[in-house]
Design a protein around this ligand. Sequence first.
Ligand code: FAD
Ligand code: PHB
Length: 403
Amino acid sequence: MALPKTIRAQVGIVGAGPAGLLLAHLLHLEGVESVVIEAQSRKHVEERVRAGVLEQGTVDLLNAAGVGERMRREGLVHYGIELCFDRRGHRIDLHSLTGGRAITVYAQHEVVKDLFQARMSYGGPILFEVESVRIEGFDGDAPRIRFRSYGDECEIPCDYIAGCDGFHGVCRPSIPSGILRFYEKTYPFGWLGILAEAKPASDELIYANHEDGFALLSMRTPRISRLYLQCRPDEDLSEWPDPRIWEELQRRFETVDGFRLNEGPVFQKGVTAMRSFVAEPMQCGRLFLAGDAAHIVPPTGAKGLNLAVADVRMLAHALACRYRTGTEQMLNRYSEICLRRVWRAQHFSWWMTSMLHRFEGCDGFDHRRQLAELNQVTSLRAAAVVLAENYTGLPFDLPGERL
Ligand code: FAD
Ligand code: PHB
C-alpha cells in the first residue's frame, strides 16, 4: 500500500511505547487527532519485556480510558509486598497503610497490546518501522516530523510534537544545546532479569537485601516467575548458565524458615543497567518530552512506566485545553507540574535502591546502616506509610497542583 507522503495531524507523536500510545488514545478521547510513528515493528514492541507493576492511579486511568478490560481480568492485584533482610521476611501491608490502595502486576507489553488494540479499533494511524526520523520547526509555529517509511520520504506537519521515543530516541537530542539541563546518576551495578516457567514461590513481590547483592521476586502470571538479581552493569550473560542463576537466587532469598524458590525452564534473560536521569525542562517550544525521553529511574521503585503515564495524562489534558480554549496556559505549565512528580519518584527510586543494594566498597558499617533502615521501615508505622504511599503511587494531582 502506497503511503501518503504528507500526513497532517494536530499532534505528531514519536514513539509507540506506553507513553506514545496512551497519549494518542487520551487525545482521541478528547477529540484531538494524532499520528504515531515507531522505529520498531509492532511485533517487537508487543514482545519487549519491561515493567510489571502498575500503580493504583495508572490502573484507574487505564480503566477510565476504556482500555482496562483485559487488565481487570488478567492482572494480579497485590495488597502488600515483602522486604527480606537478615534472612527474614517482613510484610508491608500496602492496603491498610494507604487507606485501601493496591498495585496491579500486569506486564507493560500487555498494556501496549491493549493500547494497540484500542488504536486499531478506531483506525488511528500508527506507522511502524520508520527510519531517519528528524524533528524540525518546533521552536516556531510550524513543527514537522520527517522520516522514511518503506523507502518513501514522509512528513507530518503538525501543531505540536510529543517526544515519546524513550531514553535513546531522537527528540531530546534534537533540542539545541544550552536549553536543557541534565541531572544524572549511574549506579555501579545492573539487574540480571529472567522469566521462568515456575510457579511464583510467593503471592506477593519480595525485595531482598542480601550481603551478596539485591534480589527481587516478581511474577507475570500464576505460573510465570519474573526474577532479578543484582549484577555488574556490564555482566556477560554467557557467564550465567541457568543453574548458576538459580543457585545465586536461592542464596539471596534464603530465610531462617527455609524459603525456597520454585525453579523451572528459563525462557528470557537480560541485563539492565541502572541510572537516574532527568532533563529539564520537558518542553522546548512546541516539542514536549514525555516518559523515558525525559527521565529514567532505577527500577527498584517500579516507577518508570507509571511516571510515563502521569506525564501523558497531563500532556493530553493540556493539549485538550489548548484546542478547547485556544490558550497555551496549561501547556506552559506541563514541565513544571510533571517535574515535581518526577523528582518525588526520583527520590523514592534512589532511596529504595540505596536501601536494598550492595554498593562497591560497602563495608560492615554500610550494611548495618541498611539493616537499621529496613528495621525502621518494617516496624515503625510512619516509616512504612512513607514507603507504601510512594510505592502504590502518589495522587496525580499533588497538593497545590490541581488541574
Ligand atoms: P519506551 O517504552 O522506551 O518507548 C519508546 C518507544 O519509542 C519505543 O517503542 C522505541 O522503539 C521508540 N523509538 C525510539 N526512537 C525512535 C525514533 N527515532 N523514531 C520512532 N520511534 C522511536 N517501570 C515501572 O513503572 N514499573 C516496573 O515494574 C518497571 N520495571 C522495569 C524493569 C526493567 C527491567 C526495565 C528495563 C524497565 C522497567 N520499568 C518499570 C521502566 C519502564 O519500562 C519504562 O519507564 C517505560 O518503558 C517508559 O515508557 P516510554 O513509552 O516512555 O518509553
Ligand atoms: C517486574 O515485575 O518486572 C518488576 C517489579 C518490581 C520492580 C521492578 C520490576 O520494582
